[in-house]
Design a protein around this ligand. Sequence first.
Ligand code: ARG
Ligand code: ZN
Length: 414
Amino acid sequence: MKVLLLLGLVAVALAEITRFDGGKVYRLQLKTEEQVSIVKELGDTLQLDFWNTENEFLRVDTDVDVRVNAEHVDLFGTALEQGEIQHEVLINNLQAAIDNQMDKDVSTKSHAYDKYNSWDKIQEWVTSVTSGNPNLISREVIGNTYEGRPMHLLKIGKQSGSPKPAIFMDCGIHAREWITPAFCQWFVKEAVSTYGSDPQMTDLLNQMDIFVLPVFNIDGYVYSWTNNRMWRKTRSTNSGSSCLGTDPNRNFDAGWCTIGASSNPCSETYCGSRPESEAEVKVVADFIRKNKPIIKAYLTIHSYSQLLLFPYSYTTQLAPDHKELLSVAEGAADALRSLYGTKYTSGPGAVTIYPAAGGSDDWAYDLGVKYAYTFELRDTGRYGFLLPESQIKPTCEETMLAVKYIAAHVINSL
Ligand code: ARG
Ligand code: ZN
């Protein structure tokens, strides 16, 4: 009887689905030091979820996007009024925004490039897109996630007898950034469907291989579909804490946990118990180390904020290749903007967004992969992580231009 009860409780706990009815996302304009300290203080007491910055980097004259749970909305509102903090409500009812993000026709239950696909769909797609394009795509399981899911890596490129220089690109390091796996899938589709007709893509795939990891943090991605749309981290347990998960983009061995990362397992930016403590991080780092001689560029796709970032983030010092990295980023951002006018800001992570150690871009760069870029895709906060499906196509189309621009530069540098 007791055992059954226990099993029942475990089942309920496992099935716990977090809803966000009445939750809100605000954009705050902090004008004074006092206002900054009010919000910092509230950050801890009201468990605020900062979407585009981190508690320790709140400062005067920044726009802060912050998610507030329904139970704390009244208190938060009062505090904003008392502190005379200028603000607007970006999302008035988070659950409604979650329910509305899938604004595409739902009649099709199969995989679609202009919709958000569940991990099951993506996994089926990995198989079918590979077998449908045997002369351009091959796949390999490079390891398993914490929960045991196989990490499939796609290699796209014209087959050749000898190893080709390569670009490594991953999406979905952070679970809730759903537009990013959508981009990796889009990229693969575009690559195979424009090879032979688009000269730039043809040249790229003739001369290089592109490794694409469609979802880096698969466990987190699954959890963001099934239980908590706002999940960011991995799903590993932490000893001595009931909080789960590590931020994979704080877990790489690059100034690990020195700045912009937390040693508290309950934090959204928990750096983990040691560098590469996360299975997924270790798998990717091992793969890149092993293939270091051929990997010429590392692209990692995040959202949101419309940024094109490059090293460093763990220090405000400029990277040795700063000038070149900046000019390539600016060229890529111009190419991106040419399609729909979407404006991107480029620069080193530490000064453009916030200092944050343990990121994959800095790690790859220090390993010797010169062209290490982090994309932060659309938008600038209107929908944030809940970008509607109707924006998948334009977002992916414009991002393709930037990725192809960077790739062309990499080819020229070979
Ligand atoms: N929003 C990304 C993150 O917080 C930015 C990553 C920039 N690079 C870095 N090494 N911190 O992970
Ligand atoms: Zn991210």
